[in-house]
Design a protein around this ligand. Structure first.
Ligand code: PLP
Length: 457
C-alpha cells in the first residue's frame, strides 16, 4: 500500500460525484494539489487555467491570503457552535444583516444551510409551511423549467429539468411540473419575434397552472440565467411576463441565484439584471467563493410574516442543520464580500465578461459547427451543432462538447461540457486577466478544430 500513488488510492477508495464509474476506473483522476488566482496545478506539476472557477464558484480566485487569515482567526476564536433554540454567533448575525441590505426587493430574513441543494430543499419546505399556515394545504405543487439545475437532494433533484438528474433515482417527485426554457435557439418558432416567443412561454405557464388548478400551485423556481442547463440567457422581457402570470394566481417566485448571485452577471444579484422580484432567493457558491460551504435562503417580508405566525400553529420551526449558520462559513462570507467590494470585483467581472464575449465571438462567431455563442456578465457559452442551416443538432452519442472539453484540458484549459445543450461553458474567477481570457477562448477554438478533425465532423 505504501507504494500506491494518490491516483491509485483515489481509484481504489473514492466514490466520485457525477462521474462515469467505468471510465474513472479506466482513466483515473486528475488530482489537483494547488490553486492560485485562476491557475490550478496537478500532482505532476502541470498548470491549468480554470475557466470554470471550480463549479462556477471560486469568484475571488484561488489561494487568497485574506481568506486564509479569516478562517484561521475565526477557528481560534470560535470554530463552531450551533444556532438552534436561539443560540447565536456574531459573524452570522452580521452576515444576515449584510445580505438583507444587499438583496433586491423587500427581503427580511435569512436562513442558512450548507449547499445550494439543501437551500432549495429548504425553500420548498418554506413554501409548503407558508401555505399550511395560511390554511391552504392543497397549494403545494412547484413549477420548474426544462434545463433548470437546482441541486441533488430528493426535492432539489426533482426540480432539475435535466433528464440525467432523474435517471435511476425515481425522480421527479410527482408534485413537480415543468415548462419550457427560454432558449430561443431551439424553442422559438422560425420568424417568431422576441415578444411573441416570450408571450408563448408565459401562456404555456398559465395553461399549466390552469390545468393543474391554481389552488394547487405554490411556487415557480428559476435561475436568472440557467447555468448547468446550457447558460441559457432569457430575453429581458421574459421574467416580467412570467411574474405577471405568477401574481395572477398567487404563485410565489423562488430565484435560484446559486450561480448568478454575488456578481457573476455584473450586479449583486441576477434578479436585478433580469427584472425579477422574487419572494425567496437561494444563494450558495459565490457567497464564500467556495472557500467553505455555505448557502442561504433569503425570505421576503410578506412570506416571513406568515412563517413567523406559524409558531402559533406548529410550535418550534423544526428545520435546520447541525451546520446551519456555521461561524467559519459566515466569517469567510464576510471577508469574501469585503474583498469583492473593496477590489471592485463586480465591475471587473462585468468588464472581463465583455472581453470573454468578444473573444468567444471572434473565435467561434462564424464557425460552421457553432449554433450560438451566448452569455451574460462573466458567463459564456458556445453551443455546437452539426449544421447551422438548417439548424441541426449533433447526435448526442458523438459527445462533441465533452470531447472539446477533454482536448482543451490537454491543452491546459479547464472548461466544462453542458451535455444537455452540447455546449461548453466559461465562468472564470472574477480576478481572471485579459490575457487568460484570450487564452481560454483560443484554446477552446483549437480544441474544437482538433475534435472536428478527429471525429471528421
Ligand atoms: N442551484 C444552482 C443554480 C446550481 O448551479 C447548483 C449547483 O451547481 C445548485 C443549485 C446546487 O448547489 P450545490 O451543488 O451546492 O448543492
Amino acid at each position: 500500500q505504501a507504494r500506491m500513488t494518490i491516483e491509485d488510492i483515489d481509484k481504489e477508495f473514492f466514490f466520485h460525484p457525477f462521474t462515469h464509474v467505468r471510465e474513472h476506473e479506466r482513466v483515473g483522476p486528475l488530482t489537483i494539489v494547488e490553486g492560485h488566482g485562476s491557475t490550478l496545478t496537478d500532482t505532476r506539476g502541470r498548470a491549468y487555467l480554470d475557466a470554470m472557477a471550480g463549479l462556477w464558484c471560486v469568484n475571488i480566485g484561488y489561494g487568497n491570503a485574506e481568506m486564509a487569515e479569516t478562517l484561521r482567526d475565526q477557528t481560534e476564536r470560535l470554530a463552531y457552535y450551533h444556532t438552534f433554540a436561539s443560540m447565536g454567533n456574531e459573524p452570522v448575525a452580521r452576515l444576515a444583516q449584510r445580505l438583507i441590505a444587499m438583496a433586491p426587493g423587500s427581503m427580511s430574513k435569512v436562513f442558512f444551510g450548507n449547499s445550494g441543494s439543501d437551500a432549495n430543499d429548504t425553500q420548498v419546505k418554506l413554501v409548503w409551511y407558508y401555505n399550511n399556515v395560511l390554511g391552504r394545504p392543497e397549494k403545494k405543487k412547484i413549477i420548474s423549467r426544462d434545463r433548470g439545475y437546482h441541486g441533488v437532494t430528493v426535492m432539489s433533484g426533482s426540480l432539475c429539468g435535466l433528464p440525467n438528474m432523474h435517471a435511476g433515482f425515481d425522480l421527479p417527485l410527482p408534485m413537480v411540473h415543468f415548462v419550457r426554457a427560454p432558449h430561443r435557439l431551439w424553442e422559438a418558432e422560425p420568424g417568431q419575434s422576441e415578444e411573441e416567443f416570450v408571450q408563448g412561454l408565459a401562456d404555456e405557464l398559465e395553461r399549466l397552472i390552469l390545468a393543474e388548478g391554481p389552488d394547487t400551485v405554490a411556487a415557480f423556481i428559476a435561475e436568472p440565467v440557467q447555468a448547468a442547463g446550457g447558460v441559457i440567457v432569457p430575453p429581458k422581457s421574459y421574467f416580467p411576463a412570467i411574474q405577471e402570470v405568477l401574481r395572477k394566481y398567487d404563485v410565489l417566485l423562488i430565484a435560484d441565484e446559486v450561480v448568478c448571485g454575488f456578481g457573476r452577471l455584473g450586479q449583486n444579484f441576477g434578479s436585478e439584471v433580469f427584472g425579477m422580484t422574487p419572494d425567496l432567493i437561494t444563494v450558495a457558491k459565490g457567497i464564500t467563493s467556495a472557500y467553505i460551504p455555505l448557502s442561504a435562503c433569503l425570505v421576503s417580508e410578506s412570506v416571513w410574516d406568515v412563517i413567523a405566525s406559524g409558531s402559533d400553529k406548529y410550535g418550534v420551526f423544526s428545520h435546520g442543520y447541525t451546520y446551519s449558520a456555521h461561524p467559519l462559513a459566515a466569517a469567510a462570507a464576510m471577508t469574501n464580500l469585503d474583498i469583492i467590494e473593496r477590489d471592485g470585483l463586480i465591475p471587473q467581472a462585468k468588464a472581463r465578461g465583455e472581453r470573454l464575449a468578444e473573444r468567444l465571438r471572434a473565435e467561434f462567431g462564424d464557425h460552421p459547427l457553432v449554433g450560438e455563442v451566448r452569455g451574460d456578465g462573466l458567463l459564456g457559452a458556445v453551443e455546437f451543432v452539426r449544421s447551422t442551416d438548417p439548424l441541426t443538432a449533433f447526435d448526442p452519442a458523438l459527445k462533441v462538447a465533452p470531447a472539446v472539453v477533454r482536448r482543451s484540458r490537454e491543452l491546459g484549459v479547464i472548461s466544462r461540457a453542458l451535455p444537455a445543450a452540447d455546449t461548453i461553458a466559461f465562468s472564470p474567477p472574477f480576478v481572471v486577466t485579459e490575457a487568460e481570457i484570450d487564452e481560454m477562448a483560443a484554446v477552446a477554438r483549437r480544441a474544437l478544430d482538433d475534435v472536428a478533425a478527429e471525429l471528421r465532423l
